[in-house]
Every structure is written in structure tokens, then in C-alpha cells.
Ligand binder design. Structure first.
Ligand SMILES: [Zn+2]
Length: 325
């Protein structure tokens, strides 16, 4: 783990090990790693969520692939919510350019000015449909002008981007990213022995253990904050106290039955019994969030095969960590 709360000595050791220990292959980090860090062996960068600005994005992903001969892979996960916002802004702007997008007034669902408008350069980059590399050159006005708008194929990049592969009908599989030209073989990743501790069987298939229940309660409290942050902006609820958005009694009812909630209909019965005012708008998001919690518990705390087969976890698509808006 690398973050700004850790001791400087600890963070320095993390970076040193990246370069010197071939078994040291993954660092989980906050954006703290994006500034002024140089680890030559860093090959791939996987970002969960997009950076606030296009400059920050460059900074975040730019840590990987500094060594000569290394082909670095950069992956950014973004939410459908953000993608929808981007598409809406681009539609309103009429033209995909930083200047046009800057003129669009970004508002909330209630029609008020949004407190966190999306950065125009970021909108243009995320909306790009031809070649993000060329798009970035245009955004930054990268010289020389002759090559500014060239896509990966025209500019003869050794590895074309995914959109260029699609456009030119080249084979593209993100799981089969071409290997670097150096001969280094990475060691097989081995789980630390502490993680393979046998789990105590649960008393009943659908009951949470104490430690799981505590984790679920914390997760539901986080959901409450996120729901409040989102829904308080909507006019009909803006004067309601926070405690009314996701009442404790409802949280307790969901927590105690968490593993039994196997369908949206089952969740809706609980929500209706507690007269939850957001059933129509939010129950589907809440169900996704609950499914994610169930999945986390199944994998984090272990479950016998019989229990696994009795649940519907395979049918659940992983929702974003934040409930979608
Ligand atoms: Zn391209």
C-alpha cells in the first residue's frame, strides 16, 4: 500500500522493492503515487475511476513504462454514470471540442448549477470515438502540427489503441496485451500464507458472522452518506434530515437478512414494510450494492460449496463501488 498517510520511510521502501524485488508485483495506491515517483520497473497502471482533470489523468497513468523496451498497459475504469454525463454534455455542446464543451452549463437533475462540473478536456477525451491518442494531441496542441490529428496507424505507433484496432479491423484483445521486448519473466504471484487461513463454518448458510455483520453495517452507513449526498440535491427531499434517507431500522433489517436477499423483489418487500420513500428511484441501485456486499462476503470470508450453489452470486454483475446515480 502506498499513500500519503504512511510513513515516508515505508513509502520509499515500497518504491525500492518495486524496482529490486521480482516478487513484488502489485502496489495498491492512492493518487499519492502519481506525483514525483520514479519506479523504473512499473509496467502497468490500472486506475479505478477517472481523475478530475485531463492533466491529473496524464500524471496518474504516466508512472508506468519508463524503462526502455517496456510496453506499458494503462487501463482506466469509469462508471456508466460518468459516461452518461459525458454523452449528455457532448450532445448539448453540439461539437466535440474543449471550447464548445466549456460553454455548456452543467446542471443537476433539479436544474441547479452542479458543484462539480466535469473538466472540459476530460469530457472531450472520454467522448472520443476515433483515437484517444490523436484526441490527446489535439487537446494539448502537441507539435508538430503535421502529425497532430494522425491516429495510431497513420502515426505508425508500435501498439495501436483499442479504437484504432476496431476502426482498422485489427485483432484486439485487452487480455492479450503484447508483451514487452525485454526478456524478464515475472514470478508467479503467490498469496501470502496468512490469507489462506481456514475459515470457521457459519452456523446457518444465510446467517452472517459477527465480523461480517460489522462490516455490512459499516458499508450500509457508507451507502447512507452517498444516498444523502445524491438525493438531498433533489428538490422534494432537500429539507429532510439525513436520518430519514436511510433509517437505522431499515439498515438493521437489511443487515440481518443480507444473505437472504436474492432478488430485487425480496428487497422491495423489506423496503415497502419500512415505507422507504426512495423505492422507485433507488431500490435497484441498493440491490446492486447489496449484491456486491454479498459477493464480497462470499469471497472475503469463504463459503462452502453447498452455500455457494444455494446463492445467486453468479448472476450478479459487479456494480460500481459507489451506488450509481
Ligand atoms: Zn489510436
Amino acid at each position: 500500500m502506498y499513500n500519503s498517510l504512511a510513513l515516508e520511510k515505508y513509502n520509499k521502501k515500497t518504491i525500492d522493492l518495486l524496482d529490486s524485488d521480482p516478487h513484488w508485483q502489485i502496489v495498491i495506491t492512492t493518487t499519492a503515487l502519481s506525483l514525483g515517483i520514479h519506479a523504473e520497473e512499473l509496467r502497468d497502471s490500472i486506475a479505478v475511476g477517472t481523475a478530475n482533470t485531463q492533466d491529473n489523468r496524464k500524471q496518474d497513468v504516466g508512472r508506468a513504462g519508463w524503462k526502455e523496451g517496456i510496453i506499458a498497459c494503462r487501463i482506466i475504469f469509469m462508471t456508466m454514470t460518468e459516461l452518461n454525463k459525458v454523452n449528455k454534455i457532448v450532445k448539448a455542446s453540439g461539437k466535440v471540442s474543449v471550447a464548445a464543451v466549456s460553454k455548456v452549463k452543467q446542471t443537476t437533475r433539479a436544474g441547479k448549477d452542479t458543484k462539480k462540473p466535469l473538466n472540459p478536456a476530460k469530457v472531450v477525451f472520454l467522448a472520443e470515438k476515433v483515437c484517444p491518442v490523436a484526441c490527446e494531441n489535439v487537446v494539448y496542441d502537441n507539435p508538430p502540427p503535421r502529425t497532430l490529428r494522425m491516429d495510431c496507424i497513420q502515426a505508425q505507433h508500435p501498439i495501436p489503441c483499442d479504437l484504432c484496432c476496431m476502426q482498422y479491423k485489427l485483432p484486439y484483445d485487452p487480455c492479450q496485451f503484447p508483451s514487452s521486448s525485454d526478456e524478464t519473466t515475472l514470478h508467479l504471484f503467490t498469496m501470502p500464507s496468512t490469507a489462506s487461513k481456514p475459515h470457521k463454518p457459519r452456523k446457518k448458510a444465510d446467517d452472517l458472522k459477527k465480523v461480517e455483520l460489522e462490516e455490512v453495517e459499516r458499508a450500509l452507513a457508507t451507502y447512507e452518506q452517498q444516498l444523502y449526498a445524491e438525493e438531498q440535491l433533489v428538490a422534494p427531499h432537500c429539507y429532510h434530515p439525513c436520518s430519514l434517507y436511510f433509517p437505522n431500522a431499515l439498515q438493521e433489517a437489511i443487515a440481518s437478512d443480507l444473505l437472504k436477499i436474492k432478488s430485487l423483489a425480496a428487497l422491495n418487500i423489506i423496503l415497502a414494510l419500512k415505507s422507504w420513500p426512495f423505492i422507485e428511484l433507488q431500490s435497484s441501485n441498493l440491490f446492486d450494492y447489496i449484491s456486491l456486499l454479498q459477493k464480497t462476503i462470499h469471497f472475503q470470508y469463504g463459503l462452502s460449496d453447498i452455500e455457494k450453489s444455494s446463492s445467486n452470486i453468479d448472476a450478479v454483475n459487479l456494480p460500481p463501488l459507489n451506488p450509481s446515480k
